[in-house]
Ligand binder design. Structure first.
Ligand code: NAD
Length: 412
């Protein structure tokens, strides 16, 4: 089973580059990040002891511009995962036509078991450890799994202290009062909503009463549930790390949003009707994995009964499963397209920080919509004309500009 996310990404990157007419040198350069920093971060814990955490920052390629991508706090972070995530960020930036390459960071830790102050010390320690390598014109971090605007605020403050000037453009996903952008918190979900509308249109399904299943109730999943509910769709299943809830008539989403905690936990408060595995196999119109990697694999792909899968999470479907569901006529909107809303509004935040002039939410929504639809049309067109699956089409759209930039710079 191909569950190695880095290896799977490298396979598709190579296929995409070959189809674009590039040879071995370009494949060699772009199949790995050009830079990977591993750091050890000592943190004084509340009980007076010191714990040493391992963190990473990967920069895939900066031929197009500075690298950009989130920082993940999770016990399961690995070097390979961070590398794969940095490559996916390049693809997202390419599809959305942003002036960035991809980057990604992660710290092996469990923030659910740390105090507020311990998290602050860890966040600041990470910035001190990577400060040589990052900056508003070099590599710009952002939130990802289990990191949020408070963590971005501490990181921005630490970077500004080191550089001795206020540097809001060092990081995105900040609180609004510190130069955050309107619409950033909901951006990933908004982008996914736009993709769901496009997919439903193609499949001829009305959004009213469309049955939606969402795995994960964190930043991406919970806002998505809210927006789908408001659009008149029926959210029949949601889940988190502890379990899943299901109701064919539609779940009471406002109530669930009210009760969820800041890590996206809610199912533990209710009698669980089903488990996470069953959730993925529910009959529905749209299935949205919005949690973690490798959820749809060759082990369960045959039992998936959705007609559309929109990947809000990074890497939720393996390559073998992609082939299996595509063969069955399921319309797949791949992660590097579907979840690009986050980095698009992060880009808007960085532009606003650089110019010191801030936009209203309507302007953000309008620009986000334009970019997502343009990305979708481009990928869908490649999928139809080249007769290739949507993932490979998205990789072709995503890597093209970077490969051209590498060529113009004379690197390959
Ligand atoms: P989050 O930490 O806010 O929420 C994650 C959710 O997934 C939580 O509800 C958690 O309980 C659940 N979860 C964790 N492990 C699970 C498991 N084994 N089974 C079922 N549910 C599980 O994270 P997020 O920011 O919402 O990110 C979710 C996914 O979306 C990630 O793959 C992330 O990389 C991707 N993504 C997020 C953004 C963003 O802006 N937040 C942007 C692009 C992509």
């Amino acid at each position: 089973m191909m569950n190695d996310v880095l290896q799977a990404t490298q396979i598709v990157i190579e296929q995409a580059l070959r189809r674009l007419g590039y040879g071995d040198e370009m494949v060699e350069l772009l199949k790995e990040p050009m830079r990977l920093l591993t750091v050890r971060i000592p943190v004084r814990m509340d009980d007076g002891t010191t714990r040493v955490f391992t963190g990473y920052r990967a920069q895939h390629n900066d031929a197009v511009g500075p690298t950009k991508g989130g920082v993940r706090f999770h016990p399961g972070v690995t070097e390979k995962e961070v590398k794969a995530l940095s490559i996916w960020m390049s693809l997202k930036c390419g599809i959305a036509d942003l002036p960035y390459g991809g980057g990604k960071g992660g710290i092996i830790c469990d923030p659910r078991k740390m105090s507020f102050r311990e998290l602050e010390r860890l966040s600041r320690g990470y910035v001190r450890a990577i400060s040589q390598l990052v900056g508003p014109t070099k590599d710009i971090p952002a939130p990802d799994v289990m990191t949020n605007s408070q963590i971005m605020a501490w990181m921005m403050d630490e970077y500004s202290r080191i550089r001795e000037f206020d540097s809001p453009g060092f990081i995105t996903g900040k609180p609004i009062v510190l130069g955050g952008s309107k619409g950033r918190e909901t951006a990933t979900a908004r982008g996914v909503v736009i993709m769901i509308h496009e997919a439903l249109r193609i499949k001829g399904i009305d959004i009213k009463n469309a049955r939606i299943v969402i795995q994960g109730f964190g930043n991406a999943g919970s806002y998505l549930a809210k927006f789908m509910h408001e659009a008149g769709a029926r959210v029949i299943g949601i889940s988190d790390v502890n379990g899943a809830l299901y109701n064919e008539e539609g779940l009471d989403i406002p109530h669930l949003l009210d009760r969820r905690d800041s890590f996206g936990n809610v199912t533990n408060l209710f009698p669980n009707t089903i488990g996470n595995e069953q959730l993925l196999e529910l009959e529905c119109d749209v299935l949205v994995p919005a949690a973690i990697e490798n959820q749809i694999t060759e082990a369960n792909a045959d039992r998936i009964r959705a007609s559309i899968i929109v990947e809000a999470a990074n890497g939720p479907t393996t390559l073998e499963a992609t082939r299996m569901i595509t063969d069955r006529g399921v319309l797949l909107i791949p992660d590097v397209l579907a979840s690009a809303g986050g980095v698009i509004v992060s880009y808007f935040e960085w532009v606003q920080n650089n110019q010191g002039y801030y936009w209203d939410e309507d302007e953000i929504d309008h620009k986000l919509r334009q970019m997502m639809i343009r990305g979708f049309e481009n990928v869908y067109d490649i999928h139809l004309t080249r007769k290739i699956d949507m993932r490979l089409a998205a990789y072709m759209a995503g890597v093209r500009k970077m490969a051209e930039a590498v060529r113009f710079r004379g690197w390959v």
